[in-house]
Design a protein around this ligand. Structure first.
Ligand SMILES: [Zn+2]
Length: 234
């Protein structure tokens, strides 16, 4: 959508009732962003899901990640992609919080415990440009369900990194290696169990790079988490 259509969108939203972001069906009163049938179409991650098992093994092989939680399977053109896109590019932060709520439920069900939730930070220039960090919206949703505090401003992205979609696994690792650091003073994460949160995990390179930074700041246990899990197809 572009030009006039996009300019008229707010007016259209005002005149017509809210519709499902994915299939455009009119939403029932209690529904937010997606209709019930679209929600049900998003495949879920279980502990025995092959993509989950594969990704968890890769993350644990890094020796800095102790466990991994995720809840949705990311499919190209799928419902989760619509939701993630609305969050990232259209600023639907409440969609992020909603997704985070489901992830928080998954953590409760899997018996995960933590002292702090740390969203993967954006570089400050990117944060300024977008106005918010989508991983932080998801982290807030997790906190709603678990009560664990969201810790921001401690882990930082020290240099801008390029978007990973066109990079292979080795390039992704190089792209984010050493790109994160923990601000030295008063981080308060020493000896703590930290959950790092991202929207989507593919190779896990970003979250592993964050885990290295938190580990060197003294975090005792690091749990990687993402709202969704995408298959890596080089
Ligand atoms: Zn729908």
């Amino acid at each position: 959508m572009g030009g006039i259509a996009s300019l008229l969108q707010p007016l259209t939203d005002f005149i017509f009732p809210p519709t499902c972001l994915h299939c455009r069906a009119v939403l029932e009163e209690d529904d937010r962003h997606l209709c019930r049938s679209c929600w049900k179409c998003i495949p879920l991650v279980s502990r025995s899901h092959s993509l989950y098992v594969q990704t968890r093994t890769r993350l644990l092989d890094s020796a800095v990640v102790d466990d991994f939680v995720s809840v949705f399977v990311f499919e190209k053109e799928g419902t989760f992609q619509t939701l993630a896109h609305a969050l990232k590019y259209e600023g639907f932060q409440s969609a992020g919080r909603m997704i985070g709520g489901v992830l928080g439920e998954q953590m409760n069900e899997w018996g995960i415990g933590a002292d702090a939730i740390v969203p993967v930070p954006l570089h400050r220039a990117k944060h300024r440009e977008r106005g918010f960090n989508q991983a932080e919206s998801i982290a807030r949703g997790i906190s709603d369900r678990t009560g664990w505090p969201v810790v921001t401003g401690v882990l930082e992205r020290t240099r801008p990194t390029q978007t990973q979609t066109k990079l292979d696994a080795v390039e992704r690792q190089k792209n984010v290696e050493g790109a994160f650091a923990v601000r030295k003073k008063m981080h308060g994460l020493g000896g703590k169990t930290c959950i790092i949160v991202d929207d989507v995990i593919t190779t896990g390179a970003t979250i592993v790079s964050c885990a290295h930074a938190l580990r060197s700041a003294g975090a005792s246990t690091i749990i990687a988490s993402s709202a969704a899990l995408a298959e890596y197809n080089p």
